[in-house]
Design a protein around this ligand. Structure first.
Ligand code: FES
Length: 125
């Protein structure tokens, strides 16, 4: 008599709450995915997203509460060692190990066009 294999379902990934303080958004992020990937997976916006691989720096955040672990190297071009010591990191390069509260630190640079001024030319009479 042969025994049937026992089928098991994969365990659910552990997820931890992430709060973006200066946007007022909260979402659950798996402990195996980056803070940015977790937000994007849910279709949320709050942390600016760019390359999603640590190269552009637009996802720079400051961890206000909680803890994260690195998923890869963090470029010193975007986060200095002093900034890192003060809680700054790249959201695409870290995963939560505790509930996290963060602030978006990077500023998007958009061209400022100023106010448009309409000039009406009247035909000469
Ligand atoms: S999205 Fe480019 S460094 Fe994180």
């Amino acid at each position: 008599m042969t025994s049937l294999p026992v089928l098991t379902t994969s365990p659910r990934l552990a997820a931890l709450p992430v709060t973006i303080a200066n946007v007022g958004l909260s979402y659950d992020c798996a402990t195996t995915e980056s803070l940015l990937a977790g937000m994007l997976r849910l279709g949320r916006k709050g942390i600016p997203a760019g390359c999603v691989s640590g190269g552009c720096g637009v996802c720079k955040v400051r961890i206000v509460e909680g803890a994260v672990q690195s998923l890869g190297p963090i470029s010193r071009a975007h986060v200095s060692s002093e900034e890192e010591a003060n809680g700054y990191t790249l959201a695409c390069r870290v995963a939560p190990t505790q509930a996290v509260c963060l602030e978006v630190a990077a500023r998007l640079r958009k061209p400022f066009l100023g106010s448009a001024t309409a000039v009406v030319q009247r035909p000469a009479s």
